[in-house]
Design a protein around this ligand. Structure first.
Ligand code: IPM
Ligand code: MG
Length: 367
């Protein structure tokens, strides 16, 4: 049997640094758990632009379509701020999402006990927090036409279009209901049906799909109220289903509840491929963090937890994913901290590599 294939696109900024730690974890699974992967690497974002003049080369796109899963680090950085919009690093990421048709973006926000003090919210509000945001990722205002900047009456006008078909809303809703069935069977759908027709359609379609999942308790919330509820009483939520733009914003908000953006992974899933695995890309929720790039300060945990999601959702290795998550929980409980997780009491933070060392040691200890 051939090994499952992974394409690593480490990207820009801290992307390569945190991905180096993921590569060590991948090697560990091959050596110690008989779970070997065929790993290839390529460029995305600014790194691809520097070499090819585009943020994603067509050959890289073709490779991404052919592998079992893509692991992405981060894209973007100040060096690329002045590039034309069409070749900005983010366009590479958006092309991958769109052409792989990764419509269901799973963004878990879990608060590790050891980190409950780091949240900007009171500890009792976030201790034990475990939310899953399902963000629609291939449509909505990110991709809707018409779009652009043009001149009208001697004035510049900027246009983007929020557009959703019922099929797009429905397939994401099914992913969200399925997720709720595996968890606490509660789904809250968020839109702005009070001001947007696309929100009215969203609410209607989600309600229709609910008929197939009668065991799930469904609620609807305006997205602005959702943002408020997320910081007021986040533990009321189990699964949240929302659109591309609201999901972008609400997931940053949920991420911060957990103490650090450096902790949160994500999975972007599409339709099943011929081998039954979903099309998939895994990436940390954080960005390229140019302020700390190259200093070995970055927290690799979000990227490593993204690989854990790959084990679970692409490779049916839920037990091994849980092993990796438990190893991370253990090192945090033992006090391992990168700079983003340092409290006011101070201490010497671990480097990116030292955090990788600690997690590998905890994996060894789990055998
Ligand atoms: C995210 C990011 C991206 C998005 C950017 C980098 C294009 O913020 O994944 O949340 O807006 O989707
Ligand atoms: Mg975002």
């Amino acid at each position: 049997m051939t090994n499952p294939s992974l394409l690593i696109l480490a990207g820009d900024g801290i992307g390569p640094e945190v991905m180096d730690q993921v590569k060590r974890i991948i090697t560990w699974y091959g050596d110690k758990r008989d779970l070997a992967f065929d790993v290839s690497e390529d460029l995305v974002g600014g790194a691809a632009y520097d070499k090819h003049g585009v943020p994603l080369h067509d050959d890289t796109m073709a490779k991404a379509q052919a592998v079992d899963a893509v692991l992405l680090g981060a894209v973007g950085g100040p060096a690329y701020d002045d590039l034309d919009f069409s070749v900005k690093p983010e366009r590479g990421l958006l092309r991958l999402r769109k052409e792989m048709d990764l419509f269901a973006n799973l963004r878990p926000a879990q608060c590790f006990d050891a980190l409950a003090d780091f949240s900007s919210l009171k500890k009792e509000l976030v201790a034990g927090l475990d939310i899953m945001i399902v963000r629609e990722l291939t449509s909505g205002v990110y991709f809707g036409e018409p779009r652009g900047i043009h001149i009208e009456d001697n004035m510049r006008v900027g246009i983007n279009t929020q557009r959703y078909t019922e099929a797009e809303i429905e397939r994401g809703a099914r992913a969200a209901f399925e997720m709720a069935m595996k968890r606490n069977k509660k789904l809250c759908s968020m839109e702005k049906a009070n001001v947007m027709e696309s929100g009215i359609l969203w609410r209607d379609v989600v309600t229709e799909v609910h008929a197939d999942y009668p065991e799930v308790e469904l609620s609807h919330m305006y997205a602005d109220n959702g943002a408020m509820q997320l910081v007021r009483a986040p533990k009321q939520f189990d699964v949240i289903y929302t659109d591309n733009l609201f999901g972008d914003i609400l997931s940053d908000c949920a991420a911060m509840l957990t103490g650090s953006l450096g902790m949160l992974p994500s999975a972007s899933l599409g339709a099943p491929m011929a081998n039954g695995r979903p099309k998939a890309m895994y990436e940390p929720v954080h960005g390229s963090a140019p302020d700390i790039t190259g200093q070995s300060k970055a927290n690799p945990i979000a990227c490593i937890l993204s690989f854990a999601m790959a084990l679970r959702y692409s490779f049916d290795q839920g037990d091994e994913a849980a092993r990796l998550e438990a190893a991370i929980e253990k090192v945090l409980a033992d006090g391992a901290r990168t700079g983003d997780l340092m409290g006011p009491e101070g201490g010497k933070p671990l480097s990116t590599t030292e955090m990788g060392d600690a997690i590998l040691a905890a994996l060894d200890a789990s055998l």
